[in-house]
Design a binder for this molecule. Structure first.
Ligand SMILES: [Fe+2]
Length: 386
């Protein structure tokens, strides 16, 4: 049996001919765009994400949330586990994680057999070491770690990172439809080598005498246990194959942007699973045609704000914060953002938005864990009522 998508259709009410279906959040005076699962765009007269009220017993886990992750209060909560899971999918396949790590906080190697990991380095420098060798890392980079790889982050100073674990393999997306693109050139990926290990690893071990390269903390079914091998797991002389960690810098990502339409955020996908169960996208500094449209998302989404003023939710969240928008809750730019930016801009009038944001998406509903107390910006969901 084969299945086929339903064919695209378009219906417009009398008197509304020439509606611009270009994805702009406010296509005309007193009209707004509302996207359903990024497949169909409705143009409506009422402000689509203005919240009136919600049921008294509306589940806490289904409300939008915001977290202030990168501050002193939050950092104290990460200890001593290094990383915590903020959100975990109902089926257990996806976890959104945050980690704050000091330079002496690594006793041994790690091995995650629950799934692939992708980490975004927000702050700090260090060396990433693995069973295949190592490489240096710096902020504004992603590090991909395949399931089962032996690895450790050895920070030269305190590092702060956010990431996703996925039971399904996180791969490189590509688009070959109306827009043809891939997010990065494979040649730009930095893969483990055996040279950094000798250059900088000794420097690291000097100030971190507690680190043992023959001890492995295995994460399996969300529990950690340790194994001590007789030999260091870092004595790789060379490797060959297609399972390896790598680093890609945000400055080497390359996404298409449309000058006459609002670019669908799907085109900023940087890592994705083959079955569409999870995706990580990057919003880079760029010229923007219009504010994002209002929408009902097809995935639960967690957005980490790394840099800049985020135009659509200005004043509520900033760098170092993360928002969580579950499915079933219309969201989009706040009214004040519309006032500041009422209509699409073309050509040289298009504003350059200097921002960097990382979006983690999960098809299966994400449930906030109990580890987030003290990090939340309380009643964030009410920001849609104002
Ligand atoms: Fe969204």
């Amino acid at each position: 049996m084969k299945v086929k998508e339903y064919p695209p259709r378009q219906v417009v009410a009398p008197g509304f001919e020439n509606l611009p279906f270009d994805g702009a959040s406010r296509p005309k005076e007193n009209l707004y765009a509302l996207k359903y699962s990024f497949g169909t765009q409705a143009i409506v007269e009422g402000y689509p994400s203005a919240l009136g009220a919600i049921e008294k017993d509306y589940p806490e886990s289904s409300k939008p949330r915001a977290y202030r992750l990168d501050n002193e209060v939050s950092r104290a909560l990460y200890l001593p586990r290094l990383s915590i899971s903020l959100l975990r999918s109902l089926d257990g396949a996806i976890s959104i994680m945050v980690c704050d790590q000091k330079k002496n906080q690594q006793a041994g190697m790690l091995q995650n057999v629950d799934g692939d990991e992708v980490w975004y380095i927000h702050r700090g420098n260090g060396i990433f070491i693995s069973g295949l060798g190592g490489f240096l890392f710096a902020p504004e980079s992603y590090i991909y770690i395949p399931k089962g790889m032996l690895y450790a982050f050895l920070p030269f100073d305190a590092i702060f990172r956010v990431g996703m674990e996925s039971k399904n393999k996180l791969l490189k997306p590509s688009f070959d439809g109306f827009i043809k693109s891939v997010p990065y050139d494979d040649e730009k990926c930095i893969v483990p080598n055996q040279y950094d290990r000798y250059d900088r690893f000794d420097e690291y071990t000097e100030f971190s005498s507690g680190f043992k390269s023959n001890i492995v903390f295995v994460k399996r079914a969300n529990n950690y246990f340790w194994i001590e091998y007789r030999n260091s797991v870092l004595d790789c002389a060379g490797w060959s194959g297609n399972i390896y960690p790598f680093l890609i810098q945000a400055k080497h990502l390359d996404f298409p942007t449309l000058s006459r339409n609002h670019t669908d955020p799907t085109h900023f996908a940087t890592f994705a699973t083959e079955d569409g169960s999870a995706m990580i996208s990057t919003f880079l500094s760029r010229h923007i045609h219009s504010l994002p449209y209002h929408h009902f998302n097809n995935w639960d989404e967690a957005l980490f704000y790394a840099k800049g003023d985020y135009a659509a939710r200005g004043g509520i969240v900033g760098a170092g914060d993360m928002t969580f928008h579950p499915q079933g809750f219309a969201h989009g730019p706040q009214p004040s953002a519309h006032e500041a930016w009422p209509e699409p801009k073309l050509g040289k009038d298009q504003p350059f938005v200097d921002e960097l944001a990382i979006m983690f998406e999960s098809r299966s509903p994400l449930i906030p864990t109990k580890e987030t107390a003290g990090m939340e910006i309380l009643d964030y969901w009410k920001s849609w009522s104002s």
